[in-house]
Design a protein around this ligand. Sequence first.
Ligand code: BTN
Length: 247
Amino acid sequence: MLYPWEFPTRESKIHYFPEVSSTMDIARQKARNGCPDFTIVIAGHQNKGRGRLNRIWKSAVGGLYFTLVLRPRIPVALSSRVSFLASMTLARVLCTFGDLDARVKWPNDILVDERKVSGMLTELEAEADQVNFINIGIGINVNNATGRFEPQAASLKELLGRAVCRRDLLDQFLNEFETRMNRADFDRVVSEWKKHTITLNRQVRIVTRQETSEGLAVDVDDSGALILKMVDGSLKKILYGDCFHQD
Ligand code: BTN
């Protein structure tokens, strides 16, 4: 259990549910009903956890599953920077909190030793090109077992050999992320994010439902798109997809 009173300054904005379908569903409802900026929906367990690209996100007890409702006053064009800011912040927090070498895989996965410890899902609603809300859903493998069928995943407990306090981890992430959001230095987000990624200068394969592209990941532009250098030397801009490091 994670109780709202364990986060004294945020108590009124934290909503904890032992079990939900997906924190994204609850958060969307709350956002549409006008909940305040930085509302947090947390679940002990999700029975319909959602991942990117319509995948299922397994949400076993012991992990940390939450969605943040954010209401930044920014145009839709800048919205991807909010998720870049969130993944960069989480990587930094995991480095200091757990003394781990946590890095970001494009766009927003957190890996340690090439194994995925966290994934992020973003949903947005806008009016007249201004963001109404951006919901950022984050799943972190904390004390749950990832199992031998998921060799590319790892939990913090598996990596560190000890259980990790989910309250302290969440508290640290929320504090750092909120400070950075308030600073709203969105111009520098992508360049800072680049310092925390392990995707650049690597051979990658990007898979979408429509196509698979292979190339050298040479840059990420201000919109968050990945720039690939293809075998024929041409540059290709990738807006979304599953990224697999090839080397
Ligand atoms: C991914 O890597 O594919 C993204 C995973 C996002 C999972 C989180 S857990 C909290 C929130 N609720 C969901 O149903 N999904 C996100």
